[in-house]
Design a protein around this ligand. Structure first.
Ligand SMILES: [Mn+2]
Length: 371
């Protein structure tokens, strides 16, 4: 039987939605119980290395320290782009190699903001799971249901929310009656604003009141809204627009980075162009923005696989790119309706593209089967 601290008596039934046979409240309680009983906690932030992923990891860690007087380690296995160096507490997130973690040393591993093992634990995730099993893991996430959520069953708190930070706030911090510090509010606000794409994405219940609560707790609005992009991101945008292919009949744009284009990018931006996330600005400003092109796909050849990112306009009568990809032999696809990622177990990038084009033609002709 789990013993709760005095503070936990304040946890209240806050949701009636169910995850399998457990209510979300039960799952949150179960996770709190596990935190309370844990000896050594590790927090793992996910790829894409974005504001919600980093701020969720930092916020959970802050709350555990504050509420349970225990200091977790925070780790990420993908490098953190320079644009995050001004984030409060960012130095507590350690960028590590997966082999440098003593997995057996942690009895609780909290995963945040992820819909796939690979996004968290890299392509070596199977060797980690072979050592640990599923037991040490819990997951807090807002992506579409995927294999990882079923693997972790009632240790996965997955909700359709605007961002993972909001779930942490609603289910852990707020009921515990801890007040946010200015820095933590600001971190959560970064996560919210980025995942909501400055409120251009679909509105989720409670999204605006959450923003207001963070502002009430001194989130630094002007700091978060002070966006600028690196010169490299702008140069990538210009290059990428030049290299984008337009397919009007399927309302889709493709940017295909095969070996030849990769070489070109390495010459322009250095071998680490992928890791710096300089392609993100192209995806956000260009994909699904051009009139008549509701779908934007960026394909790459990466470590012997074809990987792909998509954007779909949330407005209008559109098909699900995930469904399209599932019909053309994807090994993994997930994320959100309007924004997601996928990978194919092949290096024939043009063959994958041709299959997608063919399936998109079908999908647009029979929309009801691809929703
Ligand atoms: Mn997120």
């Amino acid at each position: 039987m789990v013993k709760y601290s005095k503070n936990q008596l304040f946890y209240r039934y806050s949701s009636t939605s169910m995850i399998q046979d457990y209510s979300t409240y039960d799952i949150a309680q179960h996770i709190i119980g596990r935190i309370f009983n844990a000896q050594q906690i590790l927090i793992v932030c996910s790829r894409p290395v974005d504001p919600d992923s980093l701020s969720s990891g930092l916020t959970v860690s802050w709350w555990i320290e504050r509420h349970f007087k225990q200091t977790p380690d925070i780790v990420i296995f993908h490098s953190i782009p320079d644009k995050f160096t001004n984030y409060p507490n960012i130095e507590s997130v350690k960028f590590k190699n997966i082999d440098d973690v003593n997995w057996k040393g942690y009895d609780l591993i909290i995963l945040v903001d992820s819909s796939a093992w690979e996004m968290l634990l890299t392509d070596k995730y199977e060797s980690v799971l072979a050592q640990t099993g599923f037991e040490p893991f819990v997951l807090i996430d807002h992506h579409k249901q995927n294999i990882i959520h079923s693997d972790l069953r009632h240790n996965s708190l997955r909700l359709d929310e605007v961002c993972t930070g909001k779930i942490i706030y609603d289910y852990f911090i707020k009921p515990s009656t801890e007040n946010l510090t200015e820095d933590i509010s600001t971190l959560l606000y970064y996560g919210l604003i980025d995942d909501a794409r400055y409120f251009k994405n679909e509105p989720y219940d409670g999204m605006y009141s959450y923003a207001e609560e963070l502002l009430d707790q001194k989130a630094r609005h002007s700091e978060v809204m002070n966006t600028n992009v690196s010169k490299e991101s702008m140069e990538f945008l210009a290059w990428a627009i030049e290299n984008t292919q337009f397919y009007p009949e399927i309302e889709t744009t493709f940017l295909v980075i095969d070996d030849e284009k990769d070489e070109e990018l390495i010459n322009k931006f250095g071998s680490k162009w992928r890791l710096g996330g300089i392609h993100k600005y192209y995806i956000e400003t260009f994909s699904r923005t051009v009139e008549g092109y509701n779908y934007g796909i960026l394909m790459e050849l990466n470590k012997g696989k074809v990987t792909l990112g998509w954007r779909t306009r949330n407005f209008g009568d559109n098909v699900s790119i995930q469904k399209v990809l599932e019909s053309v032999g994807v090994i993994q696809a997930g994320g959100h309706f309007g924004a997601g990622g996928a990978s194919f177990d092949t290096t024939d990038i043009n063959e994958v593209k041709q299959k997608i084009i063919h399936e998109m033609e079908k999908a647009l002709a029979e929309k009801e089967n691809y929703k």
